[in-house]
Design a protein around this ligand. Structure first.
Ligand SMILES: NC(=O)c1ccc[n+]([C@@H]2O[C@H](COP(=O)([O-])OP(=O)(O)OC[C@H]3O[C@@H](n4cnc5c(N)ncnc54)[C@H](O)[C@@H]3O)[C@@H](O)[C@H]2O)c1
Length: 249
């Protein structure tokens, strides 16, 4: 089965760099119209320029996923200009790591707001349009940390564990409208988010991974492409760990 997204509109949050940008490139390469929403305005411009220079259909919006009004305006504009939203990928996410004893309330809150509330707001707005066409796909980028937990990441783990539970609830709520909701849980992936890890920490992590290496943003993007395609049409409510075998159920 060819994974072709001609005429499909794919909205990806936090896609100006890292995993989100790899997802954008992968869908654009499969002929989709790709919409990037990100807070980093210069990075949005750069990402869109790179995609458009390569002949892809890519459009950018500067927006913060925690701002309900701004997200509503952006989604309305997307539907106005490009006709619909076929797939939403909630990828925007941050870390503010610290041991629990030292964790500041604002770092707890910010991580919850961006990783969890942001996904809620975008999902709610996208669902409004998807239910009209009785068709849609939502992919939440969680993390293996939301499955396993991690010392120094209680806020992040709680937000991603919450996102997995949110995924299952939405899958149950939206299934009768033919809208599928799944999560992808990346393991340790080479991006700017993980660039600050020391080489010792990397080596330590790699030892614990059956495939003995960190993943790439493209490893995540390829699974998203499959999930959003007709090849994944009987999958909903699932969390796919893309982690080299780090977590196994
Ligand atoms: N890198 C990893 O190893 C890894 C592992 C597991 C899960 N993840 C998850 O994958 C997703 C992408 O991670 P990444 O490594 O590419 O991160 P990244 O930091 O490289 O990119 C995140 C992007 O999100 C944007 N962003 C941040 N806050 C935003 C907001 N409020 N509204 C809109 N955009 C916002 C940033 O500007 C940035 O472009 C995140 O949800 C992250 O938690 C990453």
């Amino acid at each position: 089965m060819k994974l072709d997204f001609t005429d499909k509109v794919i909205v990806i949050t936090g896609a100006a760099r890292g995993i989100g940008f790899a997802i954008a490139k992968t869908f654009a390469n499969a002929n989709a119209k790709v919409i990037i929403i990100d807070v980093a305005s210069e990075a949005v411009e750069k990402a869109i320029a790179e995609l458009q220079e390569n002949g892809f259909q890519a459009y950018g919006y500067v927006g913060n996923v925690t701002d309900a009004k701004s997200i509503e305006t952006i989604f309305a504009d997307v539907v106005d200009k490009y006709g619909t939203i076929d797939c939403l990928i909630n990828n925007a996410g941050i870390t503010r790591d610290n041991l629990l004893i030292r964790m500041k309330e604002e770092d707890w809150q910010l991580v919850m707001d961006i990783n969890l509330k942001g996904s809620f707001l975008c999902t709610q707005k996208a669902f409004k349009y998807m239910m009209r066409s009785r068709n849609g796909c939502i992919i939440n980028i969680a993390s293996v940390i939301g499955i396993m937990g991690n010392s120094g990441q209680a806020n992040y783990a709680a937000s991603k564990g919450g996102l997995i539970a949110f995924t299952k609830s939405c899958a149950k709520e939206f299934g009768s409208r033919n809208i599928r909701v799944n999560a992808v849980a990346p393991g340790f992936i080479e991006t700017e988010m993980t660039a600050s890890l020391s080489s010792e920490t990397r080596a330590e992590y790699a030892k614990a991974i059956p495939l003995q290496k960190m993943g790439t943003p493209m490893d995540i993007a390829n699974v998203c492409l499959f999930l959003a395609s007709d090849a994944g049409s009987y999958l909903t409510g699932q969390t796919i760990a893309v982690d080299g075998g780090l977590t196994m159920h």
